[in-house]
Design a protein around this ligand. Structure first.
Ligand SMILES: Nc1nc2c(c(=O)[nH]1)N[C@@H](CN(C=O)c1ccc(C(=O)N[C@@H](CCC(=O)O)C(=O)O)cc1)CN2
Length: 286
C-alpha cells in the first residue's frame, strides 16, 4: 500500500482564498484587520516562520505589524512590546513567536497578552475557555491537523488517535480539540515517559507525531491504513527538515502528511482564520 497525501499546501491555499474574500468584505465596511508578530532573537527557523506569516498576510489582504527584538532583549523589553500591541488599534490579533530565548519567562509573556488579541489561542484564558467548551481562538497547529483530516475525508469520529508529544503548541492541546463532541475521537497521549510507544501506535487509526525526534515512528509501528500527521521538525546537517515519521511508514499508512508541505502551511492558514474571525466579531459589534 502507498499512502495518499494529506496535502497541506493545497488545503491552506483553499482556506486563504476564502479568507481573501472575507477580508475584502471587511475592508468594504471600513475594517482592515492586522496581524502582529513579536519575534525575539535570531533562530533561523523562527525567522522563516514569521516571514511566512507576513507573506500570507499580504496574500489575503491583512495588514502586517512586525516587532523584532535582539536575542539579548530583557523580559521587561519583551513585555513592553506586548503591552504596546495590546493597545494598538491597528492590531486585530498577534502572536509571540515561540520559543523565546533561554532565560525569558515565556508563560509570563503569554499571560500579559490581551486574550481578545491572542491569535494563537495560547493565552491561559483562551486555553481555559477551550477546556470549558466556550468559544475561543483555537491553537493553530491542532486546528490545522483537524482541518487537514476533514478536508481529505478522514474519519475522526470514533477514531483511536495517538498523539506523541506534550509540548504547548500542539501536544497539550491536540487531545482537547479531538475529544470535543464535534470530533468525538478517543485519544491516547504518549510522551517520553510512555513505556511501550510502539504498542500504542499499532492500535491507532490516526497518529499525530509531534515529538521532535527524527524518524521516531517506523513502518512496523503503523496499523495498515492509518492516517499519519507528521508535525515533528528536526533539521539535518544541511538544515533540511527531518520529520518524526520514517518515509517507509508511507508504505503501510492509508494517509500521510508530507513534511514540509503538510501541517506547517495549515498552522499558518489557521492563524489567519483566527485573525479574520476576530475582525469579523469586532465588525459585527460596531
Ligand atoms: N507562537 C507560536 N510559535 C510557534 C508555533 C505556533 O503555532 N505559535 N508553532 C511552531 C512554528 N510554526 C508557527 O509559528 C510554524 C511551523 C512550520 C511552518 C511551515 O510553514 N513550515 C513549512 C516548512 C518551512 C521550512 O522549510 O522550514 C512546511 O511545513 O511546509 C509554519 C509555522 C513553533 N512556534
Amino acid at each position: 500500500m502507498s499512502a495518499q497525501i494529506l496535502d497541506g499546501k493545497a488545503t491552506a491555499a483553499a482556506i486563504k482564498s476564502d479568507l481573501t474574500a472575507r477580508v475584502a468584505a471587511l475592508k468594504e465596511k471600513g475594517v482592515t484587520p492586522g496581524l502582529g508578530t513579536v519575534l525575539v532573537g535570531d533562530d533561523p527557523a523562527s525567522h522563516k516562520y514569521v516571514a511566512g506569516k507576513h507573506r500570507d498576510c499580504a496574500q489575503v489582504g491583512l495588514a502586517s505589524i512586525q516587532r523584532e527584538l535582539p536575542a539579548t532583549a530583557t523580559q521587561e523589553e519583551i513585555e513592553a512590546v506586548v503591552r504596546e500591541l495590546n493597545e494598538d488599534p491597528a492590531c486585530t490579533g498577534y502572536i509571540v513567536q515561540l520559543p523565546l530565548p533561554k532565560g525569558i519567562d515565556e508563560n509570563r509573556v503569554l499571560e500579559l497578552m490581551d486574550p481578545a488579541k491572542d491569535a494563537d489561542g495560547l493565552h491561559p484564558t483562551n486555553l481555559g475557555r477551550l477546556v470549558l467548551n466556550e468559544p475561543a481562538p483555537l491553537p493553530c497547529t491542532p486546528n490545522g491537523v483537524i482541518t487537514l483530516l476533514r478536508a481529505h475525508g478522514v474519519e475522526i469520529d470514533g477514531a483511536e488517535v495517538v498523539v506523541v508529544g506534550r509540548g504547548v503548541t500542539i501536544g497539550r492541546t491536540m487531545p482537547l480539540l479531538l475529544t470535543r463532541r464535534s470530533e468525538n475521537a478517543t485519544v491516547t497521549q504518549c510522551h517520553t515517559g510512555t513505556k511501550d510507544l510502539s504498542a500504542h501506535l499499532r492500535n491507532a487509526d490516526i497518529i499525530v507525531a509531534a515529538a521532535g525526534v527524527p524518524h521516531l515512528i517506523k513502518a512496523e509501528d503503523v496499523k495498515p491504513g492509518a492516517a499519519i500527521l507528521d508535525v515533528g521538525v528536526s533539521r539535518n546537517a544541511e538544515g533540511k527538515i527531518v520529520g518524526d515519521v520514517h518515509p517507509d511508514a508511507a508504505e503501510v499508512a492509508g494517509w500521510i502528511s508530507p513534511n514540509p508541505g503538510g501541517v506547517g502551511p495549515m498552522t499558518r492558514a489557521q492563524l489567519l482564520v483566527n485573525v479574520v474571525e476576530a475582525a469579523e466579531r469586532a465588525a459585527a459589534a460596531l
